[in-house]
Design a binder for this molecule. Structure first.
Ligand code: SF4
Length: 360
């Protein structure tokens, strides 16, 4: 009998399961509460019958993904490489600050969007995460924190979240529902390269905060940086954003990685203001985090300031955001690729990795 991963059950699934095994329906709530508290051993569910504990143990797979690597940055963020139950690797980054704990999570193993500046894109798509695997990252992070809990979630790890729409929506519903993790919708941010139909569908299903990986206001440049723009060019993207229900004071976030001599000119700033006309947006200016295998460099400080100044004098909030954890390969995909290279460099490690992938 194949044991199902316990986090791939919604509250409704648990309700049906307990009833079909002749237990009263309120027990589903008790099981779900233990699970969301991060307890992954049914024998520790103190308020349920003993015979049910045994059944749960037999029918479900209670193993969370394992922490393969934990890298602590000088800026107090921690990057994790997690090994899924089939041996595949994903990344998450925990970023505590005084008033919040933000967790950056993955939605896929790899990604098929192939953005030119992104390491994960170079891996291609290996597979989607299930909604339970998406949620497992939060439970692992909560277990890692002492006396604190994750308060904010950003989908800026590996993968294009809207390319894994159904599992994403199930996970978002658990994150934001009263009987789930009860996180406010404005504290959960989905970042997308711009999948227009899915942006519209997300607005209808579970309108959490939205960030767009934007990077240039010109279609030809954006199409060469982000191939998805050939299918959904800027005009289509803007129409979808105009319809999206706004969750935060600042509206939708446009993420803009500032790259020297590529997208950091005043011509770009002017066109960006034109794109933003009629939209409620904030622009996050992010100096490029250089990584191996790219000749691109971060924009010069003076260009960054001039760009920011141009936007802000036109009433567009444009904070400069430095990527956290730069000393620990925090750009998405860097660590997973590095680990794969280590495995290839050491045949014993590679053999162990393959064995663990085959076992499941
Ligand atoms: S930037 Fe995001 S959408 Fe683009 S390849 Fe990387 S993970 Fe995928």
């Amino acid at each position: 009998m194949e044991r199902r991963f316990y986090l791939n059950f919604t509250f409704e699934d648990w309700s049906q399961w307990v009833i079909s095994h002749n237990y009263p329906s309120f027990i589903a709530k008790q099981i779900f509460e233990w699970i969301l508290k991060g307890v992954n051993d049914p024998f520790k569910f103190t308020n349920i019958p003993k015979d049910l504990k045994e059944k749960l143990y037999i029918f479900f797979d209670w193993d969370l993904p394992k922490i393969d690597t934990r890298l602590e940055s000088q800026d107090k963020s921690t990057k994790y490489l997690l090994k899924l139950n089939d041996g595949k690797l994903i990344e998450m980054v925990l970023m505590p600050s005084l008033d919040r704990v933000t967790l950056c999570i993955s939605s896929q193993v790899g990604c098929r969007m192939n953005c030119s500046f992104c390491q994960t894109g170079k891996m291609g798509l290996l597979r989607n995460l299930s909604f339970g695997e998406i949620l497992s990252q939060i439970l692992i992070a909560n277990n890692e924190l002492q006396n604190r809990k994750v308060t904010n979630i950003v989908f800026m790890g590996m993968g294009e979240p809207l390319d894994n729409f159904d599992e994403l929506v199930k996970a978002l519903k658990v994150m934001t529902s009263l009987d789930g993790l009860n996180l406010s919708k404005h504290k959960v941010t989905v970042s997308t390269s711009g999948l227009v139909p899915e942006i519209e569908a997300l607005g209808k299903e579970v309108a959490v905060s939205l960030a767009i990986s934007f990077h240039t206001p010109f279609d030809d440049e954006r199409s060469s940086m982000m191939p998805i723009n050939r299918k959904y060019p800027l005009e289509m993207l803007k129409n979808a954003l105009l319809k999206y229900p706004i969750q935060t004071r600042h509206g939708i976030t446009l993420e803009y990685v500032m790259i020297k001599d590529k997208n950091d000119s005043l011509k770009h700033a002017k066109a960006l203001v034109k794109f933003a006309h009629g939209l409620k947006v904030k622009v996050n200016l992010i100096p490029l985090n250089p990584h191996p295998g790219t000749a691109m460099e971060p924009a010069l400080e003076e260009n960054l300031k001039a760009f920011q100044n141009y936007l802000e004098t036109r009433s567009i909030s444009a904070p400069v955001r430095y990527s956290r954890g730069q000393d620990v390969s925090a750009a998405c995909g860097q660590l997973a690729i590095k680990r794969k290279e280590e495995l290839h460099a050491d045949p014993r490690l590679l053999w162990r990795q393959r064995r663990s992938e085959e076992r499941v």
